[in-house]
Design a protein around this ligand. Structure first.
Ligand SMILES: Cc1ncc(COP(=O)(O)O)c(C=O)c1O
Length: 494
């Protein structure tokens, strides 16, 4: 495979909004020697740096680079909630990102399945400018033209798409966790209305799920590593095994007010719910009077090639509540909880609320973004692009059959199950100009922008092959170190 070094020659296209601190530290045209110059008096690391520079189009900025100086001046002031790789991302356009030293990266992460329309979509930027000069926020104590327009569009497009036939009303908030938090509260309220003594309050969720980090959504996310430090969790949560049909009957009982499940688990490893499992959950929920919630925060909004992932399930397995966020704002914070009429009837004024949620700026953007994501041509494109990805990964599987075990997912949420730690591949890919992330246990996750071109997919697959060559066949000069922290949740370590 021919290396692609051309990307490092590109000039940065920073605009006038670049923070002054970046302008000062930016190297206008990047060249290898600039990065290898040491600031310390000990030159012993130079040989390594130079040989790495010669072979890699995008070597990670070393510890004495302008990038490292910038991050080390910032990190003392930042709560250490994430581990990040060295580059500092400064600009995005379409399927590419640029760092402050002008390295270009093809982005197969899309901000964790967020930038479905790519980075800095031109119409979105125009709407931000327009709406920010018109009205940004009034609070939910007043009507505005856009919260209702977005709610109506989401309901109509959902029903028209053949998904959630009972979709009726929407609560708009600011994030995925908040959308699930609202769903959890609505379900508890439905349980309370149906069983006023409060007995029907239990919420069922599944191992390897990820529903968020607020106390309610974390209580639905049964990973001891993330729950234990913050225990006790909210009482009344029970956990089952994803896709275990036989266990559903005893798991969901007359005390259950809700079952929350991802039709495709994203963080947990791109695990697809079977139709039998979803149907069993739906049937048991109906039997005991519980609310079925589908969390499509990661897999929804056309990522699978249809507006909602659960459209692949029979109509008889549709949910009572659907939660969404991520791609809804293409990077602008927004989330939404779509509910059936029956659920909506149980939620009354004062039961729930938000200061920022549903503000006119976020809703105007989401109105445009969800319209674009509902287009048939975009969805057809997602399915066509899935084929290119699958064909490419299948070739890699043939080359390394004992290393690549399985390809899971649908559309442009794909998981490549490896037999070993994938994090060195993440590093090797980044240093060759491609961003990828992981999920589950030893799974590479591919969630690129939905507007990615066929050529960009081929380019990225080529980089993955090179990265695998270096890691699996140990063709490089140096051992590639793993990039940790490239997924929201570490594997469930039960
Ligand atoms: C399926 C799912 N639900 C909920 C969340 C939480 O969303 P947020 O990070 O916006 O709070 C995520 C985030 O990764 C997710 O993938």
């Amino acid at each position: 495979m021919a290396p692609r070094y051309a990307s490092t020659q590109l000039k940065a296209v920073f605009n006038n909004n670049t923070p002054q601190s970046l302008v000062r530290t930016r190297i206008p045209i990047r060249h290898a020697s600039a990065v290898a110059v040491p600031t310390s008096s000990d030159p012993s690391h130079l040989d390594n740096d130079i040989s790495k520079e010669a072979f890699l189009p995008n070597p990670d900025p070393p510890s004495d680079s302008s990038t490292a100086r910038l991050t080390s001046s910032h990190t003392p002031y930042m709560v250490a909630t994430y581990v990040r790789p060295p580059p500092v991302m400064a600009k995005g356009l379409g399927s590419y990102l640029w760092d402050i030293e002008n390295r270009r990266y093809l982005d197969f992460t899309a901000g964790i399945a967020v930038n479905a329309l790519g980075h800095c979509d031109a119409e979105m930027s125009k709407l931000i400018a327009q709406q920010s000069k018109t009205l940004i926020h009034t609070s939910n104590l007043y009507h505005n033209p856009w919260t209702g327009a977005l709610s109506s569009l989401l309901v109509k497009n959902t029903v028209a798409s053949g998904a959630m036939r009972e979709a009726s009303k929407v609560f708009v908030c600011n994030s995925g966790s908040e959308a699930n938090e609202a769903a959890i509260k609505f379900c508890r309220k439905v349980g309370r209305v149906r069983t006023p003594n409060g007995q029907q309050h239990e919420i069922v969720s599944f191992h390897n799920s990820f529903h968020g980090r607020t106390m309610g959504s974390l209580s639905a996310t049964p990973n001891p590593k993330y729950q234990t430090p913050f225990s006790p969790m909210v009482p009344g949560f029970r956990y089952g095994t994803f896709n275990d049909v036989a266990a559903v009957h005893d798991l969901v009982t007359p005390n259950t007010c809700s079952v929350i499940v991802e039709p495709i688990q994203g963080e947990g490893g791109v695990n697809v719910a079977t139709a039998e499992f979803a149907q069993a959950l739906r049937d048991r929920c109906t039997e005991v009077g519980a609310v079925l919630v589908y969390d499509e925060i990661q897999c929804g909004l056309s990522r699978t090639g249809s507006l909602w992932a659960h459209a692949a399930l029979p109509e008889s397995a549709h949910p009572d509540i659907l939660t969404t966020a991520k791609a809804l704002g293409n990077g602008f914070p927004i989330g939404a909880t779509i509910v059936s009429e029956e659920v909506a009837r149980c939620v009354v004024t004062g039961d729930h609320g938000t200061t920022f949620g549903g503000n006119p700026l976020a809703c105007r953007l989401a109105h445009y973004i969800s319209s674009r994501l509902s287009e048939r041509t975009l969805q057809d494109g997602v399915r066509a692009k899935e084929k290119i990805f699958r064909a490419g990964i299948e070739k890699l599987k043939q080359r390394w059959p004992e290393k690549i075990q399985e390809i899971r997912g649908r559309g442009l949420i794909l998981g490549v199950q490896l037999s070993q730690d994938p994090t060195p591949i993440v590093t090797a890919a980044r240093e060759r100009g491609l961003l990828i992330i992981t999920c589950g246990t030893n799974t590479l996750r591919l969630v690129p922008p939905l507007v990615i071109s066929d050529g960009e997919i081929e380019e990225g697959l080529g980089i993955i092959e090179e990265a695998m060559e270096v890691v699996f066949d140990k063709t490089g000069d140096q051992e590639v170190k793993g990039t940790k922290g490239q997924q929201e949740m570490a594997p469930d370590e039960r």
